[in-house]
Design a protein around this ligand. Sequence first.
Ligand SMILES: *Cc1c(COP(=O)(O)O)cnc(C)c1O
Length: 396
Amino acid sequence: MLKLPAAELFEIPDETIYLDGNSLGPLPSGVTAKLGAMLRDEWGEMLITGWNNAHWMEQPARVADMLAPIIGAPAGSVMMGDTLSIKVYQALAAALNMRPQRRVVLSDTGNFPTDLYMADGLLKMLGEEYELRVVDPSQVIESINSEIAAVMLTQVDYRTGKLYDMQQVTDAAHAADAVTIWDLAHSAGAIPVELEACKTEFAVGCTYKYLNGGPGAPAFIYVRPDLIDSVQPALAGWLGHEAPFAFDLDYRPGTGIERMRVGTPPVMQMTALEESLQMWKNIDMGQLRERSIELSELFIREVENRCPQLQLASPRDPQERGSQVSFRFEHGYAAMQALIDHGVIGDFRAPDIMRFGITPLYIGEREIQRAASILQDIISNEIWRAEKYQVRSRVT
Ligand SMILES: *Cc1c(COP(=O)(O)O)cnc(C)c1O
């Protein structure tokens, strides 16, 4: 097993402490060479024959099977492709199809907006009798009843890092005969996930956060093995067809998880991701989680001692947190800009959350201590007040 931290697996700029791997993972060391070789030897040399000769067509399923063990899924139950927003739509449409008598989708106010927007768009298309019911996270379980077709939640809250007990909520949904869809955007590669054991019908997620697949890396969808041959794909793309190259005029869903494909896969992104996933063979998720908790506890202690102006926004109990730590600070945006300018990269989420991803693959005690000390300097000396830190960029 890998000894942590293993910063040599990544190309992180010198003097940078990267606490934003929850938003965009850093560049794994092998990716540049791998991608260069793919461009030169496959696209460049093989041209269109690469679909067969370089196995580009099988790549999404192959990469999905590399990812599956990280989320406790068996081979053949995961497919890569598209973006997470699209996968949310796909999973929800399939879920609604499984409960044709029911009209309500339950989600929570902590969900990432795109998940709610995609659901809202789909339900509006289906008709007025459909409803997206969004409740406070503390009220999800009590809101599950026989009206609910699907419970759609993100396991780790993107702002606070608060973690749902996936088993508990899934069991509650199943007791009411509702389907569950878990968004693992902030879980995959961050905490141990046991999808098959949990018995959720669907899960979706992205690979550019804790899985370090690079900006725009493909998303994934999981379908519980016993349902794979019966789910109805709403996004009935040609590559999810039983025989794409028969060019039939009617759609017949493909075999197994292949039916969750839509169109032409992003081969360059898929290649970068495939290389990034190599390291996970040597990573023990239990050990990773243990280190993440130790480092998070250290960070919280250090920041609370050094910066009394900041308030912890994440749950204090590490068992209720994912792999990020968030603090509230009225001038959080400017403070984060100043921090980035001083070599510590985190991010900001409106209205006042300073967010720090704790990624033990390349962060150790030394980085945590140093980040806390730089943050203290910025807060206690009010360095964030400088004019240049007030300007809002498009991406925060
Ligand atoms: C990051 C994230 C997304 C992003 O969706 P994309 O389609 O990849 O842009 C969606 N949902 C959640 C919960 C996220 O954390």
